[in-house]
Ligand binder design. Structure first.
Ligand code: ZN
Length: 113
């Protein structure tokens, strides 16, 4: 297991979404718990309110941190701009973005490299 220190720290805080570390990490990232042993592509929808874009992320073994915004909204500035144009969308986006993935053999074969 070559899980990074940051990810170990995150795993230790999974049950405490209000912790400063989790607040900071989940601001721009989502946590995907998975057991894939090979790289797998997962399609995600941008979590920014009003954005319908989907984007692909590559799930990497032993990595749990992944972006939660589409390529267009990775930067804080872009997200702020988006929300300014759609004021009705503005609302708190707390954490609560831990997703546990079911790993299934058939998904492996469909996406194996
Ligand atoms: Zn987006």
């Amino acid at each position: 297991m070559e899980t990074g220190n940051v990810e170990n720290a995150i795993l230790a805080k999974l049950e405490q979404p209000e912790s400063p570390l989790m607040q900071r990490v989940t601001r721009n990232n989502q946590i995907l718990l998975h057991n894939y042993q090979a790289e797998v592509i997962k399609h995600c929808q941008c979590v920014l309110e009003g954005c319908e874009r989907t984007f692909g992320i590559v799930l990497i073994p032993n990595q749990i941190l992944y972006p939660k915004f589409c390529g267009e909204h990775r930067s804080e500035f872009r997200r702020e701009f988006h929300l300014q144009q759609h004021p009705a969308l503005r609302q708190a986006q707390g954490p609560g973005v831990v997703e546990k993935l079911r790993t299934q053999e058939k998904e492996f074969s469909a996406t194996a490299l």
